[in-house]
Design a protein around this ligand. Structure first.
Ligand SMILES: [Zn+2]
Ligand SMILES: [Zn+2]
Length: 434
């Protein structure tokens, strides 16, 4: 798998020089022509968000629009996934991905088009739903990009493959599409591109991280088994809440005492659930963890440390049954091919202006875009600024930050961000498809 990838990159990089001096970004006229439709889709999707794996209307809207532009569209790839292909002669195949899903968050932005949607989640709980991660903006951008690419076939050649991926937030959608034959039923891409909006960069800017972009992410569910009893008679019980409390504190020593200083490790216990009443010692306690690392050996070390400490704390308390440590989700870090990132940095600088392309540090979020890269496809995952410059400056002066992704207040500055997203995607695609 390694060799063809290197050869491909060598040819991609070799062919880059010829056009690097002229901008491949769309003209403002091209963006203006597609912006109203893209913005209308953004507002519609923002008002009608759907949870992971339930993106039925969302996928249908995106599929319908892309079909209308002349793309060959296949729906229901890995659940609600959408694949839209536009062939334009011989040349490479390039994939551009957007996510489809929203989050169980109650919107508090007070935007005129704020979501008021409520639904039942997979556990049957009534939840509010919001596009709090900006995937609505990614879909709107892909629509604008799709329209420009369809209307300017003289500027590129090859095969453009747009995909709408379900269930990014629950880390299952990319795998679902691959398991459903994404790379067998459709042409295997020579490069894969994705973009993510956030509030750490100004709207109008994009950010690039060559190499490691983010972290490995692992989700664990720990169940500690004690022995229930009356709250007034702890000597007759084995208290799983006390074991859980000791375990949580001991788990924090993995990053601080076991992992080599300088290596990245985050162990967060995001929830603890146990008990029903103040005078009852429950039978068991459940902990939910997220673990982030950026090296395979550290990942292994941290996961083993969690298992060891959890078991030992239960044993120390005299629990009769060993705790269960269930690894129920995991994704590898996203790796940006350094040669591709270097090449596309130049492309984005000439399309958006040098000052609008920021070199960033890796982040500790995670993403299942890594599943595509692991198939031997060189990847380029870049950030799109969403921060309103005035609000950004005000927050900075006050020593605070703008609301991050997943916040009920997350509201990217849609007009410049969406325009920039479209311009950046078109520039990247035109550079890769030639
Ligand atoms: Zn998210
Ligand atoms: Zn996201």
């Amino acid at each position: 798998m390694k060799l063809p990838k290197l050869l491909l990159l060598a040819s991609l990089v070799a062919s880059a020089g010829a056009q690097s001096s002229s901008s491949q970004g769309p003209t403002s006229k091209e963006v203006d022509a597609v912006y109203p439709d893209a913005h209308a889709l953004y507002v519609d999707l923002h008002q009608n968000p759907e949870l992971s794996s339930h993106e039925v209307q969302t996928a249908a809207k995106l599929a319908g629009r892309l079909r209308g532009l002349g793309y060959e569209v296949t729906e229901h790839v890995g659940g609600t996934g959408v694949v839209a292909i536009l062939k334009n002669g011989a040349g490479p195949t390039v994939m551009l991905r957007t996510e489809l899903d929203a989050l169980p968050v109650e919107e508090k932005t007070e935007l005129s088009y704020a979501s008021k949607v409520r639904t039942k989640d997979d556990a049957g709980h009534d939840v509010a739903v919001m596009h709090a991660c900006g995937h609505d903006l990614h879909m709107a951008a892909i629509l604008g990009t799709a329209a420009i690419m369809a209307h300017s076939k003289g500027t590129w050649h090859g095969t453009l493959m747009l995909i709408g991926q379900p269930a990014e937030e629950t880390i299952g959608g990319a795998k679902g599409m691959l398991d459903d034959g994404l790379l067998k039923r459709f042409p295997k891409p020579d490069a894969a591109v994705a973009m993510h909006v956030g509030n750490t960069l100004l709207a109008g800017q994009v950010g690039i991280v060559p190499g490691i972009y983010n972290t490995n992410a692992d989700s664990l569910r720990i169940t500690i088994y004690g022995k229930g009893g009356h709250g007034s008679a702890p000597h007759t019980a084995i208290d799983p809440i006390v074991i859980a409390a000791r375990t949580i504190l001991a788990l924090q020593t993995i990053a601080s005492r076991e992992v080599k200083p300088g290596d990245l490790a985050v162990v967060t216990v995001g929830y603890i659930q146990a008990g029903t009443k103040n005078n009852i010692i429950p039978d068991q306690a459940e902990l939910g963890l997220t673990v982030r690392t950026n090296k395979a050996e550290v990942r292994k070390q941290v996961l083993a440390g969690i298992e060891r400490i959890t078991k030992a704390e239960a044993e120390a308390a005299g629990a009769a049954r060993a705790p269960s440590v269930e690894h129920y989700e995991g994704t590898d870090l996203v790796y940006n091919d350094p040669a591709l990132a270097q090449r596309l940095r130049g492309t984005l600088e000439s399309a958006l202006g040098k000052g609008n392309v920021v070199m960033e540090e890796p982040i500790t979020a995670s993403e299942d875009f890594s599943y595509f890269v692991e198939q031997g496809i060189p990847g380029f995952y870049f950030s799109l600024g969403g921060a309103d410059p005035e609000k950004f400056a005000q927050a900075k002066a006050e020593g605070t930050r703008l609301p991050s992704n997943h916040s009920p207040l997350f509201a990217p500055d849609a007009d410049p961000a969406l325009r920039t997203g479209i311009a950046a995607e078109v520039a990247v695609l035109r550079n890769l498809l030639k």
